[in-house]
Design a protein around this ligand. Structure first.
Ligand code: IMP
Length: 189
């Protein structure tokens, strides 16, 4: 018996295999660049959690992951205002921070976070992002490690969501409202 698909048939941009292979390459570069002291890994939740866990497993000693929350999106639109929630317990003072992000879009989030950690005593703050949309940049930011540069499309899956939906998709897909509407209409019958 075949089961109907549980998700709209969005176009796949990056397969799980492509993502995993690229994450391994990033882990090798990060390891080669790291100093003697363990990195202070900081993941921007929720979206970057899947990428961050994968990467963490591939780094020597599997340094602990510290979480910060940042939000700037409403639906598929950037509001231009970044709200940060960084716990006092992130041990960044005197450490090399590595920020792990799912996607750098306007650049505001990683810019604000880098500024925060450097202002709070981090020795350095580098950025590793799974995805980057260079054509959307508003704030120039230097990205130290980039998984994939992608076009200006709203993407979902591998931890990334649209108002909480589609985060669990194993690969990265391109969101299309039309495809979602057609799927919902068909499922209703
Ligand atoms: P920035 O501050 O504009 O660079 O936005 C970065 C944040 O916006 C990311 O961490 C995501 O949470 C969200 N974001 C930007 N583009 C997308 C997308 O295509 N899909 C899902 N989330 C996105």
């Amino acid at each position: 018996m075949t089961h109907p698909p549980r998700h709209p048939p969005f176009r796949v941009l990056l397969s799980r295999d492509q993502i995993l292979r690229r994450t391994q390459e990033l882990a090798r570069q990060i390891t080669a660049d790291a100093g003697a002291e363990p990195l202070c890994l900081v993941v921007v939740i929720e979206g970057a959690r899947t990428f961050a866990r994968q990467l963490q497993q591939l780094l020597p000693g599997q340094p602990p992951l510290h979480e910060v929350r940042a939000s700037s999106y409403s639906g598929t639109e950037s509001t231009g205002v970044v709200q940060l929630a960084v716990g006092r317990d992130v041990p960044c003072r005197g450490r090399d921070v590595l920020l792990l992000e799912d996607i750098v879009d306007t650049g505001r989030t990683v810019h604000a976070l880098r500024r925060h950690f450097l202002a709070n005593g981090a020795t350095s703050c580098r950025i590793a992002t799974l995805l980057s949309k260079p054509s959307r940049r508003v704030v120039p930011v230097e990205l130290d490690y980039t998984g994939f540069e992608i076009p200006d499309e709203f993407v979902l899956g591998f931890g990334m969501d649209l108002d909480g939906r589609y985060r669990e998709l194993p690969e990265i897909v391109i969101y299309e409202a039309e495809v979602e509407r057609a799927f919902q209409a068909a499922s209703a019958h």
